[in-house]
Design a protein around this ligand. Structure first.
Ligand SMILES: N[C@@H](CCOP(=O)(O)O)C(=O)O
Length: 445
């Protein structure tokens, strides 16, 4: 598999090159030259195939021979070694629980896969250039969940330093502890700005000649193909379970609703579908950050400053991966509209949904899941013959300060949260200034 830059001004890259670079030199996102078609046997017999094998067969065409088969099998096995259950919530809505990994969010899948691939390339000595320190510096911007997952995935990985930028005061207290308490090779920069400022500073770093002469920088956001592509796995795991539920047993493919911020997750789902995974329709559920819902109405893509909401991991005003979605549909809006809708949900409606669903079913939604649930419910009201699932992208405990007062319930702390909740935060405060990021990187290399 080869990857081209969506800006079409950079040389074609291999999986290894695209992983190591993160973003193409012309600032474009890498995109696969072809969309591999999944062997029909995988879909037809999926309920008899292990998650490890599904993941291996899905990712293998994207990796090619750049990682040995037995090594790739080890990487995918370690990536998906926790449960990803599909849980029925009502007669026509199920929840794909993606929060059973180490940092309690869907980002664990991509972060674990990418950290292991990059670790392998570093060990092989292929991730350094002359004049640099021999270390790779992973830069990542987070609105909440990516930071913790990347910190956990890369913690103590030899030859890799991680620098996480997060918007001060705009992530939950559990998310902040996850990304600021590990120490060792993990450094947190608390930026006095928004997620978009953080993302912009990170992207600028990849194009700064002086920085790139002295440091080997890469990205662990979903702009990196090794973070983005493995997110396809759980759409296949969802389908494997879906066909065994009353909703899927007649062969009707699901509507899938994805709480969306940077749009890497839903973009991976659409890619899986285009490779052959049966899906009826995709819904991108957004909070008040409604750039994509607006685009679907007006066909005008107008990024705007992110606004803070209770589903903070989706507080993104300029989603990086929407360009990949347009590319998947060859920039054809009618085809896009047939398969993809986007709905914006307010904070008030999010809270009401959390309460209503808990009272009616006993199911605890986190604020992101509640946005997904409500958007799906609204869609199904207009499409009564359909049934679907939403992705429950994070554990409600990550947002206990929002969830507990709404439900009037206490959410028990899992061991992984108990272990960090009282640890001191270690972070460096900076302004949303590229020069300050650059100083930090050059001083701390
Ligand atoms: N929602 C994200 C924002 C970054 O998204 P990514 O998938 O590109 O890493 C977060 O939680 O940080």
């Amino acid at each position: 598999m080869k990857y081209y830059s969506l800006h079409k001004q950079s040389p074609i890259a291999s999986f290894k090159e695209a992983t190591i670079l993160g973003q193409a030199p012309d600032k474009g996102l890498y995109f696969p030259e072809t969309i591999p078609q999944i062997d029909k046997d995988l879909i037809n017999n999926i309920e008899h195939i292990s998650n490890e094998e599904i993941a291996f067969r899905v990712i293998k065409p994207y990796v090619g021979n750049e990682i040995k088969e037995e090594e790739l099998m080890r990487i995918v096995s370690e990536t998906v070694n926790f449960p990803i259950p599909l849980v029925p919530v009502t007669d026509n809505i199920s929840s794909l629980e993606l929060f059973h990994g180490p940092t309690l969010a869907f980002k664990d899948v991509g972060a674990r896969f990418m950290s292991r691939c990059l670790g392998q390339f570093v060990r092989e000595g292929q991730a350094t250039q002359s004049g640099q320190t021999g270390k790779v510096t992973v830069l990542v911007a987070t609105s909440g969940d990516t930071g913790g997952a990347v910190a956990n995935g890369f913690y103590d990985v030899e030859g890799v330093d991680v620098v996480i930028l997060y918007p001060s005061g705009k992530v939950s207290s559990v998310q902040e502890k996850q990304l600021t308490t590990l120490g060792k090779n993990i450094h947190a920069l608390e930026v006095n700005g928004t997620f978009d400022d953080c993302q912009q500073m990170v992207k600028q770093a990849f194009t700064d000649a002086e920085l790139n002469k002295q440091l080997f920088l890469t990205s662990a956001n979903s702009i990196n193909v090794a973070r983005w592509l493995p997110q396809q796995f759980y759409y296949f795991f969802a389908y494997k379970q879906w066909i065994c539920t009353p909703s899927g047993v007649g062969g009707q493919p699901p509507v899938i609703c994805v709480p969306s911020g940077n749009f890497g997750n839903i973009c991976a789902g659409i890619l899986a579908h285009m490779s052959g995974l049966p899906v009826q329709h995709f819904i991108a559920a957004c909070n008040a950050n409604d750039v994509v819902p607006n685009y679907m109405q007006s066909q005008q893509y107008q990024p705007k400053a992110a606004v803070a909401t209770i589903s903070n991991a989706m507080d993104v005003g300029n989603p990086s991966n929407f360009v990949r979605i347009l590319e998947l549909f060859h920039q054809q809006v009618p085809q896009l509209k047939e398969k993809f809708s986007s709905i914006s949900i307010t904070d008030e409606a999010t809270k009401q949904t959390m309460k209503r669903v808990f009272d009616a079913t006993g199911y605890t939604l986190d604020p992101h899941g509640a946005v997904g649930y409500l958007a799906l419910e609204q869609y199904l009201q207009q499409h009564q013959a359909s049934k679907g699932m939403f992705l429950e992208t994070a554990h409600p405990v990550k947002f206990y300060d929002v969830v507990e007062p709404v439900l009037h319930q206490t959410i028990p702390l899992p061991e992984s949260v108990k272990a960090i909740i009282d640890l001191p935060k270690q972070s460096t405060c900076i302004d949303p200034s590229f020069e300050q990021l650059k100083d930090f990187l050059l001083t701390n290399r």
